[in-house]
Design a protein around this ligand. Structure first.
Ligand code: IMP
Length: 465
């Protein structure tokens, strides 16, 4: 059996908790896209672990695979693995030979391009981990793959071609003085970041370690063998549908495919095999967004992030936004900056359901909305006088959409631990009505309702394995 977990919105839907809950029954946890741009916190045995690249299954004794669709920063990988080992965890992590390698210059270029774009308010608000530039080199057929790290001749040959190109981009296009500066704004050592010999030595060593520790796999063949042996596989999507490079709000996207199709391409198993399993869309009961881009259901803006923000939101919207932000802990994990918040957006969720073919929904943060008099959902948009049931293809058109709301009576704050234990029927009635409306609009059953941050704070209706 295969279960794929996909974010239905803009990332930060609480996928980690769902992976953790359902992953208990999996033998293998696979990431199929992205890299160390995905932060997740796992609590296990009273200990808290913060990971950005290693799948959360590592803490629970599962086999973990970083598929060919991932971009892997070996520095991060080994830092995370070493930190886990120091805490007594012995993680089993395999890396696809076809996955691409994030090098220090990718991070430098990520940072420079964001700075340049920000001069015209065009920045994406990336995580600065070099994700975009690494996928650019991949698509440009000049990237380094994990498998190249174990062949010194190939490694040197590839570096000798690609490093001068990226150096020229940094110096001649973006005007960075590599010789005169020790480190860039993010602390990357600029001199070694663009030095073929230094990179060759460091990355050859990573290759040696990956090989010695038996971490290298041909992901598709490895996973197919394990499936044949009757093992259970869980695909852990990072980011979310609206951050998908094809189906998201381009250009405010990441550079990979978090949608379910990415699980096939990014792992080497066929679409039929992935689609033959379950695909669970993780939905937060409202919306939050980091950084720029349209958000028709936004309640009140956030300075520097909301396009055209002039601080003039009405008082009630501001109050609601603050309430949801506080209750939901909607602040950036790294920066502490407030996230933009808004009502649930069905046109967005219809788009997500279609692109990934959800067989079940995980609805998170239902407890966060408790205590409000009224809860709203955008059931459609109005654009040019017409009603629209899904999102337009361009951010410019999306920004012009006016939400058409359906209103629900709010639900009270209750003992959520009790609800989690007692089951769905004990959810406040109005919350049930809200969830059933969303489920029927998306024609997808609800599998689990999140009523708190811990994995035991979940009302489980269906177990996909
Ligand atoms: P990148 O993936 O670092 O290139 O960033 C591209 C966009 O994706 C930015 O808007 C990021 O804020 C967003 N992003 C990347 N990873 C995550 C995540 O794990 N959660 C939420 N947003 C993310």
């Amino acid at each position: 059996m295969i279960v794929t977990i996909v974010g239905a919105q803009l990332g930060d839907e609480g996928k980690g908790g769902i992976v953790d809950l359902y992953g208990e029954a999996a033998d293998i946890v696979v990431r199929y896209q992205g890299g160390d741009n995905a932060g997740h916190t796992v609590v296990h045995g009273g200990e808290e672990y913060k990971l950005s690249l290693v799948p959360s299954g590592a803490i629970r004794g599962k086999t973990n695979v970083l598929g060919n669709g991932c971009v892997v920063n070996p520095r991060t990988l080994f830092d995370e693995l070493d930190a886990l080992c120091e805490r007594g965890v012995d993680p089993d992590v395999r890396v696809a030979r076809r996955a691409h390698v994030i090098l220090p210059y990718h991070r430098v270029l990520d940072g420079i391009e964001e700075t340049v774009k920000s001069e015209d308010d065009q920045e994406v608000g990336t995580t600065g981990r070099g994700i975009g530039p690494t996928y650019e080199d991949k698509a440009g057929r000049r990237g380094l793959r994990i498998g190249d790290l174990v062949d010194p001749e190939v490694l040197r040959e590839r570096l000798e071609y690609v490093v001068p190109l990226n150096r020229a981009l940094a110096e001649d296009v973006f005007g960075i003085a590599i010789e005169d500066a020790d480190v860039d704004a993010t602390g990357v050592d600029l001199e070694t970041a663009f030095d073929v010999d230094a990179l060759f030595e460091e990355y050859r060593e990573y290759g040696r370690r990956l090989d010695e520790e038996g971490m290298l796999v041909d992901a598709g063949a490895f996973l197919a063998d394990r499936l044949d042996d009757g093992e259970q596989i869980m695909f852990e999507g990072a980011q979310g549908t609206i951050l998908d490079i094809d189906h998201g709000n381009y250009p405010y996207v990441t550079s990979s495919n978090p949608t379910a199709g990415g699980a096939a391409v990014g792992s080497g198993l066929s679409p039929g095999v992935v689609g033959g399993g379950e695909v669970i869309g993780v939905v937060k009961a409202y919306l939050s967004r980091v950084g720029s881009g349209p958000m028709p259901t936004e309640l009140a803006g956030v300075e520097d992030d909301t396009p055209g923000y002039d601080g003039a939101a009405d008082e009630r919207a501001e109050e609601l936004a603050t309430y949801i932000r506080e209750e939901g802990g909607e602040y950036g994990t790294v920066t502490g900056r407030p996230r933009r918040v808004g009502w649930l957006d069905l046109p967005m969720l219809r788009h997500a359901t279609r692109t990934s073919g959800f067989t079940g929904l995980a609805a998170n943060h239902v407890d966060t909305l408790a205590g409000l008099d009224e809860v709203k959902v955008a059931r459609a948009y109005r654009l040019d006088g017409e009603e629209l049931r899904t999102i337009p293809a361009t951010v410019e058109r999306w920004a012009e959409c006016e939400p058409i709301y359906r209103s629900f009576d709010g639900w009270p704050d209750v003992d959520w631990d009790y609800v989690a234990e007692a089951g769905y029927d004990k959810l406040p009635e109005n919350a049930q009505e809200y969830l059933e409306y969303v489920s029927s609009e998306l024609e997808t059953p609800i599998y689990v309702v999140g009523v708190g941050p811990g994995r035991e704070q979940s009302v489980v209706l269906e177990h996909p394995f």
